[in-house]
Design a protein around this ligand. Structure first.
Ligand SMILES: Nc1nc2c(ncn2[C@@H]2O[C@H](COP(=O)(O)OP(=O)(O)OP(=O)(O)O)[C@@H](O)[C@H]2O)c(=O)[nH]1
Ligand SMILES: C[S@@+](CC[C@H](N)C(=O)[O-])C[C@H]1O[C@@H](n2cnc3c(N)ncnc32)[C@H](O)[C@@H]1O
Ligand code: SF4
Ligand code: SF4
Length: 339
């Protein structure tokens, strides 16, 4: 992790800055903690005890927070995630209202249901989509996700591309002994269909606490395997994005690697997160949250919510401490944070 020197707090009305000088322009919103898959690196076979409905932000509450974020706090990009965000009722309507606020709008999804909804989401104002797909083999997909739905994902990817969502990225989490023999196949599949492939180092955020560092496929291993098949030309990182990119020499194909564990990118972090139950998190690995839902429901005005938001970001730590004695797993698993 890059070393960061603390700075003093910023005055009211300024961008959303933390004490290390990092400006936050990206908001990730979890629309639900529920999911229709049970990926083994994410949650147990029996699922989790989902948040009760009254605890979830309503569309109106969520839109109010998004408006405060965009109009007062300098948020420029919104990502909708979950759980599985396509399970949220009335999603096209919500997207239309978020799009009207003017930010770049993207969605991270497992792709199930995307075949049905991609055109409507695009028409509502969604710009782009990231779809999770860890394998190309139906039986293996059913083992990893515990559901036999790979053909829905293939159809969802094709529908996203046909609808003009651009780019369409594929996220895969390689796990040793599970799907680590498919890295080249996944890249070739994505290139053939016009999708952009990314590999993600698995993180200790699974609900069951079974993450093992040795089962994670590192960025170095991924690049080594791909580099034996293709010549890779470093492209770098777009602004503060987690993915570092490589281009396959002589082609337009770009591959991304999100190396949260072995090559952390916390020094350039520009992200803040809102959970489906209205808790603001200043880091994926935060161990504390700020209860914006309580403020929404006790009649607080926008100034008060803006101030709470700024305090939460100001308190952000330098980054996660995975692999050190200081590391503490957050209570919320990935699926309830929003990834
Ligand atoms: N450590 C860490 N991982 C992140 C962060 N943001 C996203 N990721 C991980 O990156 C993987 C892909 O996330 P996506 O939801 O597709 O978002 P993204 O990669 O930021 O999306 P792009 O804007 O398309 O680059 C997931 O496993 C996320 O948990 C972050 O701020 N910190
Ligand atoms: C939590 S999911 C939520 C959105 C949607 N359900 C999906 O799977 O795309 C967001 C991203 O996090 C990734 N993810 C889930 N558990 C992870 C883990 N333990 N480590 C790294 N990435 C993980 C998924 O592969 C997915 O790309
Ligand atoms: S990674 Fe996404 S699709 Fe898989 S169980 Fe977690 S939330 Fe669901
Ligand atoms: S781990 Fe926290 S600080 Fe690091 S990039 Fe992710 S959200 Fe930002």
């Amino acid at each position: 992790m890059a070393r960061l020197a603390p700075r003093t707090e910023q005055p009211h009305g300024s961008p959303l800055v933390d004490r290390y000088g990092r400006i936050h322009t990206d908001l990730r919103i979890s629309l639900t903690d529920r999911c229709n898959l049970r990926c083994t690196y994410c949650m147990p076979a029996e699922g989790l005890s989902w948040l009760p409905k009254p605890e979830l932000l309503t569309d109106a509450e969520l839109l109010r927070l998004a408006r405060i974020a965009v109009t007062r706090l300098g948020i420029r990009t919104l990502r909708l995630t979950g759980g599985e965000p396509l399970l949220r009722r009335g999603l096209p309507g919500l997207i239309a209202e978020l799009a009207a606020l003017g930010p770049e709008l993207s969605l991270t999804t497992n792709g199930i249901g995307l075949a049905r909804t991609a055109a409507d989401l695009k028409a509502a104002g969604l710009h782009r989509v990231n779809v999770s797909l860890d394998t190309l083999r139906p039986e293996r997909y059913a083992e990893i996700t515990r559901r036999d739905r790979i053909h829905d994902v293939f159809a969802g990817l094709a529908a996203a591309r046909a609808a003009g969502l651009d780019p369409v990225k594929i996220n895969a989490v390689p796990v040793r002994g599970v799907n680590d023999d498919e890295l080249v196949d996944l890249v070739d599949f994505a290139a053939r269909h016009g999708y952009r492939m990314r590999f993600i180092e698995s993180m200790p955020l699974d609900a069951q606490g079974a993450w093992e560092r040795d089962r994670m496929i590192t960025a170095d291993e991924i690049l080594d395997v791909l580099g034996r098949r293709h010549r890779l030309v470093p492209v770098g990182r777009h602004a503060n994005a987690p993915a570092e990119e490589w281009r396959i020499a002589g082609t337009d194909t770009v591959v991304g690697v999100i190396a949260s564990v072995t090559r952390p990118f916390c020094g350039g972090c520009d992200r803040v997160r809102l959970t489906a139950d209205g808790q603001l998190r200043n880091c994926l690995f935060a161990t504390t949250e700020s209860d914006l839902r309580a403020l929404l429901r006790d009649g607080s005005d926008d100034d008060r919510i803006e101030a709470a938001w700024r305090v939460t970001v100001a308190r952000k730590g330098p980054g996660h401490a995975i692999g050190t004695a200081d590391f503490v797993r957050p209570d919320r698993p990935m699926s309830a944070i929003g990834g």
